[in-house]
Design a protein around this ligand. Structure first.
Ligand code: BF8
Ligand code: SF4
Length: 622
């Protein structure tokens, strides 16, 4: 298969060929080996929830129409989708919980090296959670806020505290449908319960709970992950950086950070500044210690520290094939289990760091708040020592230079770029200079030409004066395509171009990692508040052109439940039930003011979104 057909990126093509020369198997090879993939599973029509099965429903109506228990296509598709949401929500939320644990330990003085970077945000959360600040030291307040956040995960809730950020009209909709999220873990646990054989066998009721489960992620677990990261590591501010495999340096010690949680990577960042370790690197003949990111741990470091990005999800194996990575540290999520074995072809040390995520052919060095600072220093030292073990015959330095980019657009940073309030943004939307705003988010997936979905859709949107905000692997795709520099305003339509020039910002704003999608919804809620309306009334949309992950399913569901029309590129496994397809793509509109669309062609996805934005503007009288 032609490498051109697999990716639009130059570094991707070069290193796909290098990987093949080195005899490596990549995600694309394994994808091809899986063809044809199971048609029942693609349609969502297979079930293995119990041991009377596994069962399959014949989509052509000739074979069995019920599983052994009697479940039909609607029930099976709804249960499967529900479990995808539960897994995605659990992943984001458990990541959030790990940060709460560090916050508590910081307050207790048991997390050397960590601290409170944003007291302002700590106090904001305290007030939202009803934690009194009277006479409390910052440390005591951190413990009290951590305790209150722990309670959000529990069961005795009418509604999550952060539901208070949502416009009144939206809260009413949730109440009416019975989907106001209660405890974060409760909703996931209840989803697992409902989808056990013989519990919830009404597909509509299953899907409604799926929305509640997703909302417990968006306005719960993910939100906590983002806000507590800001407290511990600082609120992102605009920062310049670079992207693609060329950020790996032949003459420096390269340490790559991959995964999602900033707890480990922030300590590595500190250790890499240590003069003694920098001296050691020089002794070994290196010109410095170079950190680079992959996936969302990379995005977290990029947003707050300007650390460059080596690539997104489908580039993780190819990054290893440079032969330039002296150590790769992983935490959890989206780390292909193939990576450890791939790295054995090179000198790269692969290190797993989380007590809940181990991988074949990786060394396990477990980080806890108590030992993180010391362990980070040990690992950076070991990476430096590994520099001399590079195998020259296997090294290929990526030719050319990295692409420049800007990141760090937290809501706080956007508001400050606008001069202190969302007013100028609202004015620009009202005047039509900016037609609307769209979150283009999510993953890469070998089913779609790498980065093609993101870049095609986003280019089309900005040409039509639509501001794009992004997160996750989509953001990295846009950065590689050069869309995240102020000069990219040239590629925007005349209205958006003018706004970007006036503010010195790119037309595509990097808002962070995938848990940071909550920043997008915070901004949407703020705009709705300012206009005295609901999120669903605004000229907004979301898209995940190349999604693969269960987390993305949860995100898409909380987006729609929050009132944002969402277009998916990769088809979700729902097409085995026409009832469910109709509910999700049509009927939800009447219930939630937003629905899903599935459109694999990104150019057509852009048309759907532009049409939506025009309709919303017309309804607002704009
Ligand atoms: O949380 S975009 S491939 S790295 S799941 Fe994974 Fe998807 Fe990338 Fe980040 Ni998000
Ligand atoms: Fe089959 Fe029903 Fe068991 Fe699923 S729950 S495997 S459909 S018997």
């Amino acid at each position: 298969e032609d490498v051109q057909a697999r990716t639009i990126t130059e570094d991707g093509r070069i290193f796909m060929e290098k990987a093949a020369r080195d005899g490596l198997e990549t995600v694309w090879d394994r994808y091809r080996a899986q063809q044809p993939q199971c048609g029942f599973c693609e349609l969502g029509l297979s079930c293995r929830n119990c041991s009377m099965g596994p069962c399959r429903i014949d989509p052509f109506g000739e074979g069995p129409q019920r599983g052994v228990c009697g479940a039909d296509a609607d029930i099976i598709v709804a249960r499967n989708l529900g479990r995808m949401i539960a897994a995605g929500s659990a992943s984001h939320s458990d990541h959030g919980r790990d940060l709460v644990e560090v916050l508590r330990k910081v307050g207790e003085g048991k997390a050397p090296g960590y601290g409170i970077r944003s007291e302002e945000k700590l106090r904001k959360l305290a007030s939202e959670l009803g934690v009194s600040e009277d006479g409390q030291s910052v440390e005591a307040l951190a413990v009290a806020v951590a305790e209150a956040l722990e309670e959000e995960f529990g069961t005795r809730k009418k509604a999550l505290a952060f539901v208070g950020r949502v416009p009144e009209k939206r809260r009413r909709i949730w109440e009416k449908l019975g989907i106001t999220p209660r405890g974060i873990d409760r909703e996931t646990s209840e989803m697992m319960h409902r989808t056990h054989m013989g519990v919830d066998n009404d597909w509509k009721s299953l899907l409604l709970h799926g929305l509640r489960n997703a909302l417990s992620d968006g306005w719960g677990g993910s939100l906590i992950a983002t806000e507590v990261s800001d407290i511990l590591f600082g609120i992102p501010q605009p920062v310049a950086s670079e992207v693609n495999l060329r950020v790996l340096k032949e003459d420096q010690v390269n340490i790559v950070l991959h995964g999602h949680n900033p707890i480990v990577s922030e300590m590595i960042f500190q250790a890499a500044q240590d003069p003694e370790l920098m001296g050691l690197a020089e002794e070994k003949g290196a010109r410095g210690i170079n950190l680079a990111g992959l996936c969302c741990t990379g995005n977290e470091l990029l947003m707050r520290r300007g650390i460059p990005m080596a690539g997104n999800h489908l580039m993780t194996e190819l990054a290893l094939s440079t032969g330039l990575i002296d150590m790769m540290l992983v935490d959890y999520q989206c780390i292909m289990p193939a990576l450890g074995e791939t790295a054995r072809c090179y000198h790269t040390r692969m290190v797993s760091t989380s007590d809940k995520a181990k991988y074949p052919f990786m060394e396990h060095r477990e980080f806890h708040p108590e030992n993180a600072r010391d362990l980070a220093r040990d690992l950076v030292r070991e990476a430096v020592e590994n520099f001399v073990r590079r195998i020259p015959a296997k090294v290929l330095s990526p030719p050319g230079a990295p692409v420049k980019m800007m990141a760090g657009f937290s809501v706080e940073a956007i508001v400050s770029a606008l001069g202190g309030s969302a007013g100028p943004l609202i004015d620009a939307i009202k005047s039509g200079a900016i037609q609307g705003a769209v979150g283009v988010v999510g993953c890469n997936n070998p089913k779609i030409r790498h980065d093609y979905g993101h870049v095609t859709l986003t280019t089309r949107l900005i040409e039509n004066d639509v501001l794009v905000v992004d997160t996750g692997c989509a953001a990295v795709a846009h950065a590689k395509a050069g869309l995240k520099v102020p000069e990219a305003a040239e590629k925007a339509g005349p209205g958006l171009r003018q706004v970007c020039r006036a503010l010195g910002i790119p037309p595509v704003l990097h808002m962070g990692s995938c848990v940071d999608n909550v920043r997008i919804f915070d901004l949407a809620a703020a705009l709705a508040h300012a206009l005295g309306t609901d999120i669903s009334d605004l000229p907004l949309a979301a898209a995940a052109p190349e999604w693969y992950s269960e987390k993305a399913v949860s995100i898409a569901c909380y987006a729609v439940a929050s009132g944002v029309y969402t277009v998916l590129g990769t088809p979700p496994p729902i097409f085995g039930s026409q009832n469910i397809v109709k509910l999700l793509t049509e009927d939800l509109e009447g219930l939630l003011g937003a629905s899903f669309a599935v459109e694999p062609d990104p150019a057509r996805a852009a048309d759907l979104i532009l049409e939506r934005i025009r309709a919303k503007r017309a309804a607002l009288g704009l």
